[in-house]
Design a protein around this ligand. Structure first.
Ligand code: NDP
Length: 322
């Protein structure tokens, strides 16, 4: 069918994950969709984006004018340590196929998702957007991190050589409905939600990995979804923008665990397994640039977002990834 002038056809890759589901919710349930816009949400079932032929077929089928690129090969700490080469190659392939096919088919805007784990391991705080390439990332997942960093290089090169406005956002620790709540692969907050729920059912204690002292910026997936949609429409820079709660909202893992216990009404014992690694003690990132663009944007307070995520988990226990 014809694309009318002013019409936007947005393709969201990797849309079956945490962030894609949040964008879908904002678009369909918070009035995020505007007249003349069509939104298409795809997952690996619609095509394997490590394969150029399948990527081209996806773009031919949906003919997007805009792309939100979320698809990525992501895993838990252990599998990253073992398979850095696989994460490097698969992500390089996915990103190169998506960006080059977008360019060849005339897509005017792409917003890709980087990650705060790509920042230099040895750095000063708070980290900002200008520091991405200043030193090597943490060695545990250097394959994934370098593939993500190259997205930023690609964006600059597509602008330099073809004038394309392909850009990226950098989220910090994201959580919310549809997250991975398993103890094995879930990020800390959602893994603890899954464990606490189970401990309450079984009358056991909750075991948290590490001391609980590391500090993190936890960003609610729906807030991030709203920011990504804003970036797609309004953000004109090629340079990345950190999409996260601010430095002031950084909390310890222990504080997050207490919010979860309160939300799930868990009164049992919480044990911090100090024989387990803490990971990085902090990776504080500044959202100053975002605040300049969106001074009035209010993030959902973390305790409310934790409560909503716990409520979602309990209400959707059957379908949750637990
Ligand atoms: P998930 O890991 O939950 O989902 C990954 C998505 O990518 C899924 O839709 C998956 O499809 C798709 N995918 C994976 N491999 C392929 C492939 N070969 N071809 C096509 N699709 C593929 O992602 P999140 O929502 O957590 O994250 C989205 C993006 O945000 C990622 O780029 C991630 O790196 C980034 N990010 C996430 C953070 C977080 O805290 N969650 C923090 C910072 C960045 P399927 O379901 O069919 O397998």
């Amino acid at each position: 069918s014809e694309i009318n002038v002013g019409q936007m056809r947005v393709l969201v890759t990797g849309a079956s994950g945490l962030i894609g589901k949040a964008i879908e919710h904002v678009v369909y349930h918070e009035g995020g969709k505007r007249d003349g816009e069509e939104w298409i949400f795809i997952s690996s079932k619609d095509g394997d984006l490590t394969d150029l032929g399948q990527t081209k077929a996806v773009f031919e089928k949906f003919r997007p004018t805009h792309v939100i690129h979320l698809a990525a090969k992501v895993g838990g700490l252990f599998i990253h340590l073992k398979e850095n080469l696989r994460f490097l190659r698969e992500n390089i392939l996915i990103n190169d196929n998506v960006l080059q096919t977008a360019h060849e088919t005339g897509v005017t805007k792409v917003v890709s998702c980087l990650s705060s784990c790509i920042f230099p391991d040895k750095t000063t705080y708070p980290i900002d957007e200008t520091m991405i390439h200043d030193g090597p990332p943490h060695e545990s997942n250097f394959g994934y991190s370098h593939a993500k960093r190259i997205i930023d290089i690609q964006n600059r090169a597509y602008f330099q050589q073809h004038g394309r406005c392909y850009t990226s956002v950098i989220p910090t620790n994201v959580f919310g409905p549809f997250d991975n709540f398993t103890a094995e692969n879930g990020h800390v907050l959602s893994a603890v939600i899954g464990k606490t729920y189970k401990a309450k059912q079984e009358g056991t204690q909750v075991n948290v990995c590490g001391t609980g002292n590391p500090r993190r910026q936890f960003t609610y997936s729906l807030d991030l979804g709203r920011i990504i949609i804003w970036a797609l429409r309004e953000y004109k820079e090629v340079e990345p923008i950190i999409a996260s709660v601010g430095v002031d909202e950084e909390i310890t893992i222990k504080e997050a665990v207490h919010m979860i216990a309160e939300s799930l009404d868990f009164k049992g014992k919480i044990h911090y397994d100090t024989t387990m690694s803490d990971g990085q003690m902090r990776k504080t990132a500044s959202n100053g640039k975002l605040k300049c663009y969106l001074p009035d944007f209010t993030f959902t307070p973390v305790n409310e977002a934790v409560k909503m995520t716990c409520d979602w988990f309990v209400a959707n226990y059957d379908i949750a990834n637990k």
